[in-house]
Design a protein around this ligand. Structure first.
Ligand SMILES: *Cc1c(COP(=O)(O)O)cnc(C)c1O
Length: 374
């Protein structure tokens, strides 16, 4: 796949579908997937990803903000779109008219939103130990009050696990405690004759490590895109995930640099012998982490590895192609993905940069064209 753009991300929709089915296979059959497509679907293109998932039967989506939700609706995405974050009650009209579903982040917030007098769909968030968003599981009366609004329509109740990625004994015990506290809240809501709607707690690692949890929905993000947050993580489920995204750019120039002539800003790379340098048309403003060059970063050109040299610039960086035959202006450069027998994973880059794959892919910038292949 080539485009005339300087940099592009290939999004493999067949892999996206495969990952969805792998996750559905891992879950109990009565549990549906709520696809998390926040942050431009983790850099994969929110509209295209959500529309494709819609076409293959996904009818629950989650995003971080009302702007993301409105964008999906305007482009024809059908079904439930849950906003996971806070939305100002001043946006009640938009929440209602775009038929969005808002998270009740606390009982106070629920009252403020209800006072706007709109029939807005909501899910109530319970904090079971993450301490980020949600009404604390301890505040039973406050929680119950969320299920007696005058105008709002409660369609779901959920929580979020903070250490479901870890199989360490202490972390498993913490997750088990979060689950018990959440179940107690759900039981209490039901025992009061109230309806919690669709109940959900698992994100990707919650599905992969606790596949037997039998709630109504699960909210995978990173695993849908075929990635674990950390490549070397062990997980309980044998799901075979396939990375959806490849990231490519172009060789914009090839030049011979004599020994002892510095390359790039700050003279960070001074070759000890004659070298051939290729300039690559993507930089940190496109999401390439600036510290990748200092941590063993390399790319693939003509199926071979070329080390990053000097420092990564805003729009480009340089690589050493001395040992690769016939590199030419216009050649394709693979930053993430396969070229011949070599593959660079988002997991490797995340590891080199001391972060998670979620950050690497979600920061791929707006100048990078997204190309969809199936
Ligand atoms: C981002 C997010 C998810 C998805 O998490 P992954 O680890 O990418 O699967 C699920 N639920 C909430 C509340 C989130 O913020």
């Amino acid at each position: 796949m080539r485009t005339s753009n300087r940099a592009w991300a290939e999004i493999n929709l067949a892999h996206l579908k495969h990952n969805l089915f792998e996750l559905m296979r891992a879950l109990p059959s009565r549990c549906s997937v709520m696809a998390v497509v926040k942050a431009n679907a983790y850099g994969h293109g929110g509209i295209e990803v959500a529309k494709f998932l819609n076409e293959i039967g996904v009818i629950h989506f989650a995003v971080a903000s009302i702007e993301e939700a409105i964008e999906l609706r305007r482009h024809g995405v059908q079904g439930e779109i849950l906003i996971l974050g806070y939305t100002s009650p001043d946006r009640a009209d938009d929440l209602f008219s775009y038929q969005l579903t808002q998270t009740i982040v606390s009982a106070d917030y629920g009252r403020a939103l209800d006072e706007r007098g709109r029939k807005i769909k909501v899910h109530v968030k319970i904090d079971t130990g993450m301490h980020r968003l949600g009404e604390s599981h301890r505040n039973t009366d406050e929680i119950l009050s969320c299920f007696n609004p005058i105008h709002l329509r409660v369609n779901g109740t959920y929580s979020h696990l903070s250490v479901s990625d870890s199989l360490d004994r202490e972390k498993v015990a913490f997750t088990t405690m979060q689950l018990a506290q959440f179940n107690a809240v759900i039981d209490r809501i039901r025992s009061e004759g109230l309806n919690p709607g669709n109940v959900h707690i698992q994100s990707s690692y919650g599905i992969l490590n606790y596949p037997d949890i039998a709630f109504d929905l699960a909210r995978p993000g990173i695993a849908l895109y075929g990635l674990l947050s950390n490549e070397e993580d062990r997980v309980v489920t044998q799901a075979k995930l396939q990375p959806v995204l490849s990231l490519r750019a172009t060789v914009s120039q090839v030049s011979d640099v004599p020994a002892h002539h510095p390359v790039g800003y700050g003279h960070k790379f001074i070759p000890s012998q004659d070298v051939r340098i290729a300039t690559v048309s993507i930089g940190y403003a496109d999401g390439i982490p600036k510290n990748l060059a200092d941590n063993g970063g390399y790319v693939l050109i003509r199926g071979q590895r070329a080390n990053m040299t000097g420092s990564i610039c805003m729009d480009q960086f340089m690589v050493d192609v001395t040992s690769i035959e016939e590199v030419r202006q216009g050649d394709t450069v693979t930053i993430i993905g396969q070229d011949g027998t070599e593959t660079i994973t988002a997991g490797l880059i995340a590891k080199q940069c001391g972060t998670v794959t979620n950050e690497i892919v979600s920061r791929i910038g707006s100048r990078v064209e997204r190309v969809y292949v199936s």
